[in-house]
Unconditional design. Structure first.
Length: 416
């Protein structure tokens, strides 16, 4: 508690001093996320029971400033807590940052509040080149910040972006540390919707950090092409190629990914295709297909948060859906259909995904997911409600079992 108080005092001092600097922006948001689940397991609690539910509160403060011509800086503070909900409406948590300890007052376990600085960077721009150093968000196909949950994973990195070539970004980066769950030094319960490490702690990404090289070009305005190379030192090499086309309302895309572990293990290839149509102010429909090699040793998920044990995680594949970890797994063949529309000033999303995971070694899985979500803003208050039905059939030799679940999730965010 003492360290939290000192951190808050430090933030107040920084914010108070910042108003003396021109072009300084303070932003913040507070969140409450709640989810509950019903499954076909015989011993599972009923939906809306606290033992079938997960929830978190979070507050984020951000400060950015233009220090001088071409020089900018930013910091961000993230706090995630249950505020005692584990003893009332939700026994589980949304975030992986909360650790559990025993309570001395009522002989039960409790989740401790986590607080960390998720951004602290300095950037400079000159001669069509921007250099950004420090703790920051990153968005590339194989390594990226996820923010679908109540917090976000970030990186300690050096990123160089050059725009000297017309309509082209050249990106070079070294990523040393990450607070993504793949680099977590503490085991996390699979019941958590977690992609941030315990206490938001930053650890070395991979074995010795990683290097990325990227090119993004849209010389033809209807076409965006990107190519990426990754060197995860002493662990793996990876490639990602992608082209996205938009002509009128027609949408099309193609992706190719490859990841090759060091040490002679079999590499993994993945392909994905997308075709869609954007009916302006009415509806956007997309049909996608992806296929991941069945004899590879690693999936094609986010390196910072995906697990080499589960062979899956959140990915940038076109077929990615609500429950991540399936379409990017070794041996996954997936079809998906999505539709976005607006009904009575409410944004609506429907998604269906059908995945068959048939790795050369391991469990076979047949998975179907149906998702319906709505989104509505009321000034600074943003709300979303999602219903997800998930059905899986798991097979191994003569063993077979069926699993299905229904989740109801509520998201509330208030900007200030």
């Amino acid at each position: 508690m003492k360290s939290i108080k000192l951190s808050l005092i430090a933030i107040i001092v920084i914010i108070s001093s910042a108003y003396a600097i021109e072009n300084t922006k303070l932003s913040g948001e507070t969140k409450f996320y709640y989810g509950t689940q019903d499954t076909n397991l015989a011993s599972a609690p009923d939906i809306f029971n606290k033992d079938a539910s997960y929830a978190n509160f979070a507050v984020h403060l951000g400060l950015t400033s233009n220090l001088s011509h071409g020089i900018s800086a930013g910091i961000g503070l993230q706090a995630v807590s249950t505020l005692g909900l584990e003893n009332n409406i939700a026994s589980l948590v949304w975030s992986g940052s909360n650790t559990s300890t025993g309570s001395t007052t009522n002989n039960t376990s409790q989740y401790d509040t986590a607080m960390w600085m998720d951004e602290a960077w300095l950037a400079g721009t000159a001669f069509d080149t921007t250099l950004k150093i420090g703790r920051q968000t990153i968005d590339t196909p194989f390594v990226f910040t996820e923010n679908w949950g109540i917090d976000k994973n970030t990186f300690e990195a050096i990123v160089l972006i050059n725009q000297s070539i017309l309509d082209t970004n050249l990106i070079i980066s070294y990523i040393g540390k990450s607070n993504g769950s793949a680099d977590n030094l503490n085991a996390q319960a699979i019941s958590k919707a977690a992609y941030v490490s315990a206490d938001g702690k930053f650890n070395t990404i991979g074995a010795d950090g990683m290097y990325t090289f990227g090119l993004v070009n849209n010389f033809f305005k209807a076409l965006t092409f990107q190519a990426w190379y990754y060197d995860v030192t002493r662990m793996a090499e990876a490639y990602w190629l992608q082209a996205d086309l938009k002509i009128g309302g027609i949408l099309a895309g193609i992706q190719y990914a490859n990841i090759e572990p060091d040490g002679g293990s079999k590499d993994t290839d993945a392909y994905a295709f997308m075709l869609g149509y954007d009916m302006q102010d009415l509806m956007t429909i997309k049909l996608s297909y992806s296929d991941v090699d069945d004899d590879g040793s690693l999936g094609v998920a986010n390196i910072a948060t995906g697990s080499s044990v589960t062979l899956g995680g959140q990915s940038k594949l076109y077929t990615e859906m609500w429950w991540y970890g399936n379409v990017s797994a070794v041996g996954a063949e997936t079809f998906s259909l999505t539709a976005d529309t607006n009904i009575f000033d409410i944004d609506c999303f429907f998604g269906y995904v059908d995945t068959e995971i048939d790795p050369r070694f391991g469990l076979d899985r047949e998975i179907k997911e149906y998702t319906l979500s709505t989104y509505k803003s009321f000034g600074p208050l943003h709300s979303s409600l999602a219903i997800i039905y998930y059905k899986a059939k798991i097979k191994y030799l003569t063993f077979s079992t069926n699993y299905d679940s229904t989740d109801v999730q509520l998201y509330l965010t208030y900007d200030f």
